[in-house]
Design a protein around this ligand. Structure first.
Ligand SMILES: [Zn+2]
Length: 210
């Protein structure tokens, strides 16, 4: 079992990577991590992910009430708590605005193209959840239809959220979403992606399951 201090350090490492990768600008984005059934570590609202320190992380319960910490938790906490409710296997949730995948979300284009074997076998597809105003219960509920089957969701006109068994896993999924969006975008500049056949996609799924 990891100590709370280890969890806090992992959170900060991932926040730094999200900022350095340009997946957020300024104060955008939020990350949470589930330490135990009713203890969530959350990033504070209104602070740059590149600058926050371990003592600025906030501990909340599954109702979103602050257990410890001197700052206010992220305004998007409801979305994160909804994910933990729906996905008992989730150890962390990350939300950011990586520019290329967010471009897809703004254009209402999902990332479900069956064109890249590694993406098919890892992400499957990244569905597009309909637009709801940020920080609302409606936005939290917009993921309900997708979250059982997807580790990453595009939020229309907003950004991307990902879930992982731990906070690094959630980060790597975010990275993979952005990378595959980049590839699809380039393919579209070159005449459009050529999707793999259904048989090939089925075989990739089968190999992956083994
Ligand atoms: Zn956002």
């Amino acid at each position: 079992m990891k100590s709370e201090s280890q969890y806090r350090h992992e959170m900060i490492e991932v926040c730094k990577r999200i900022y350095q990768k340009g997946f957020v600008a300024s104060n955008d984005g939020n990350v949470t991590l589930r330490m135990s059934e009713d203890e969530i570590l959350a990033t504070p609202t209104g602070m740059c992910k590149g600058d926050i320190t371990t003592d600025q992380l906030i501990k909340v319960n599954m109702q979103g009430e602050v257990i410890s910490g001197f700052l206010k938790p992220s305004s998007e906490l409801k979305l994160h708590l909804r994910v933990y409710e729906k996905r008992p296997d989730a150890g962390a949730v990350a939300h950011a605005h990586p520019p290329i995948s967010t471009g897809f979300a703004v254009a209402h284009v999902s990332l479900e193209q069956k064109a890249i074997p590694e993406v098919i076998s890892t992400l499957g597809g990244v569905p597009l959840a309909p637009y709801k105003r940020p920080s609302t219960d409606d936005l939290a509920r917009t993921i309900d239809k997708f979250i059982a089957d997807s580790d990453a969701i595009l939020l229309a006109n907003h950004g991307v959220m990902s879930v992982g068994k731990d906070v690094f896993d959630a980060y790597y999924t975010l990275e993979r979403v952005e990378h595959s969006a980049h590839i699809i975008l380039v393919a579209r500049m070159l005449g459009g992606e050529k999707e793999l056949s259904k048989d090939e996609v089925d075989s990739i799924y089968k190999i992956h399951r083994k």
